[in-house]
Design a protein around this ligand. Structure first.
Ligand SMILES: [Zn+2]
Length: 105
């Protein structure tokens, strides 16, 4: 989302998180499959998990607290993200995205 590369060693190794879009476990029961995951830095991961960042079906990342576009989701060609999981993620915070989805953007 933010394109940050979190370098954790002098040799340049980097760290990232695997974030499930539709959360695993109850009550969400999201699947542990590639179509339901994002590769995020730790900051974006926690903001996404708490609904402060959400993603539209056309892969715009929205800062729901500021009410503005944060970024276009950077995607790698062979990683298909299933938009049904994005909708499921947004539905956990009813109302946060309505202004964005219905307003003049
Ligand atoms: Zn990030």
């Amino acid at each position: 989302m933010c394109r940050a590369r979190v370098v954790v060693a002098p040799e340049g190794q980097a760290f990232s998180n695997c974030a499930h879009i539709k959360a695993l476990g109850r009550p969400y029961d999201g699947p542990d499959i590639l179509e339901n995951v994002l590769c995020l830095c730790p900051n974006c991961h926690i903001r996404f998990d708490r609904g402060a960042l959400q993603i539209t079906d056309d892969f715009q990342v929205i800062d729901t607290l500021e009410g503005r576009k944060f970024a276009d989701l950077y995607r790698v060609g062979e990683h298909h993200i299933d938009v049904q999981y994005l909708g499921s993620h947004r539905s956990r915070w009813p109302g946060r995205m309505e202004a964005w989805l219905t307003g003049p953007n």
